[in-house]
Design a protein around this ligand. Structure first.
Ligand code: GTP
Ligand code: MG
Ligand code: ZN
Length: 216
């Protein structure tokens, strides 16, 4: 909340870390601003991503809530914090390492969005052990280098099910017969949100590739 989470952002982001086996956690900041609806959304998303093996945290950098778990995640690791502009990445780092005094700024009154305050990635030592890289806000995530098959292989629960699809690792889990992902979707085992975002990414990649192949 403030700025709002863009539809599909988490799944698109995971497509960047998953191919490299980078352990990824999803951190929801600004808990102090959440109303009941926001909290329900948080719990819904936590219920999707935690069973898949991603840590999901709720914190407030401002009210210093949930910081103990956040610190634990970072301890003795090199971590990178990423997200839309204005979600509070730099504020969160300041909250656990106040000496850094990283620059932060309010959301724009006009657009309600972040102002792209952090302009380049920079790494800092954490005195409880570990290092953290603050990064500029992400505007858009596009996949110029992915094929549809790569997407299927990097939605981890789809990949795990694919061995039971009739077409195995070649199945894109759309209209193929005897698809284990679609069966799991109908049974409520695969999340509708994940599946919806997956289809949207596939479409986008296919359109992009179509354009690329026909431009020459
Ligand atoms: N209410 C509330 N505001 C917060 C919290 N954390 C950060 N903010 C505010 O959110 C605004 C943006 O914070 P930044 O830390 O600059 O955000 P950022 O993600 O680093 O943004 P970029 O550097 O532009 O990518 C600031 O006005 C912060 O004070 C929080 O937990 N609660
Ligand atoms: Mg910043
Ligand atoms: Zn399938």
């Amino acid at each position: 909340r403030n700025p709002n989470l863009k539809q599909g952002f988490i799944d698109r982001f995971l497509l960047m870390t998953e191919p490299y086996d980078i352990p990824t956690a999803v951190v929801f900041n600004k808990a102090d601003l959440y109303d009941e609806g926001d909290r329900a959304v948080f719990e819904y998303l936590q219920g999707i991503y935690e069973p898949l093996g991603y840590r999901v945290l709720l914190v407030s950098a401002l009210k210093r809530e949930g910081l103990e778990d956040f610190r634990h995640l970072l301890q003795d690791q090199t971590s990178l914090i990423a997200g839309q502009s204005g979600v509070g990445k730099s504020t969160l780092i300041n909250a656990i390492q106040p000496q850094l005094q990283l620059k932060t700024s309010e959301l724009s009154d006009y657009t309600g969005k972040g102002q792209h305050t952090t302009t380049f990635a920079e790494m800092f030592d954490l005195d409880f052990g570990g290092r953290i890289i603050d990064t500029p806000g992400i505007k858009t995530l596009t996949f110029n280098n992915l094929e549809p098959q790569d997407v299927a292989h990097n939605f981890r629960e789809f990949f795990a099910l694919a061995e039971h699809c009739r077409f195995g690792g070649k199945c894109l889990h759309r209209n193929e017969p005897q698809c284990a992902v679609k069966t799991a979707l109908e049974e409520g085992i695969v999340s509708e949100l994940r599946y919806f975002n997956y289809l949207a990414i596939l479409d986008e990649i296919e359109q992009h590739n179509y354009w690329e192949r026909n431009v020459m």
